[in-house]
Ligand binder design. Structure first.
Ligand code: SF4
Ligand code: SF4
Length: 204
């Protein structure tokens, strides 16, 4: 099979994507560090989001694509020829964080999102991301849901990110819950997150 000719590129002197990337993942023209890219971290990463990048996640729970939004090549997108391919199809334009954080198990997760790309990170990955978004948006009203995840979710990944988010929100109503979790938690990584949250050292 004869491969395509290499792309020629069409960036000229533009550097908008490099300037707009919130994590510096676009280190240089045509150089992407996946380990700093929020699209990679929120969709493909199966472990913890690096602490120093959690603050950059913003209100995204799935991907980022700021680099695509600022690119002049994308300024006049063609509408989808097939309505089924419209970007708001499937899960809708926005995810309700309260609904996301209360998805109990894998079956409920698939029941809500099956057939959409949002199944890619799995329940624990998407709820992990949701915890960070709650913290970044300052949604103190959702603190009780974070406490519930911290104290009873079967996933250490979810419990650890719930602890981080509680540390960021610093809701005095949740301090007792953090201390309860500290006494009961057996996973060393989660315990470390809880201790940092209690100490007010949640990183960025
Ligand atoms: S998706 Fe976001 S984090 Fe990743 S390179 Fe683009 S702007 Fe940067
Ligand atoms: S924003 Fe678009 S045109 Fe500008 S450097 Fe990035 S990819 Fe190239």
């Amino acid at each position: 099979m004869v491969p395509d000719r290499p792309g020629q590129g069409g960036c000229g002197t533009c550097s908008r994507c490099l300037d707009a990337c919130p994590t510096g993942a676009l280190e240089a023209p045509y150089v992407l560090r996946a380990d700093r890219c929020l699209a990679y971290l929120t969709i493909e990463e199966r472990g913890a989001i690096p602490t120093e990048l959690r603050g950059a996640v913003g209100d995204w729970v799935f991907g980022c694509d700021t680099c695509q939004q600022v690119c002049p090549h994308n300024h006049r997108p063609h509408p989808a020829a097939d309505a089924a391919l419209d970007s708001c199809q499937g899960a809708g334009a926005y995810l309700d964080l309260e609904r996301l954080l209360t998805i109990e198990d894998a079956d409920a997760y698939l029941g809500r999102l099956q057939g959409t790309a949002l199944t890619r990170p799995g329940r624990e990955g998407l709820i992990r991301n949701g915890c960070l978004a709650v913290a970044r948006l300052g949604l103190v009203d959702l603190s009780p849901l974070l406490c519930r995840l911290l104290l009873s979710d079967p996933s250490p990944l979810v419990r650890g990110h719930a602890a981080w988010a509680l540390g960021r929100l610093n809701d005095p109503r949740c301090r007792e819950r953090l201390l309860d979790a500290s006494a009961a938690e057996a996973d060393p990584a989660v315990l470390q997150e809880i201790r940092r949250a209690v100490a007010g050292d949640a990183g960025l």
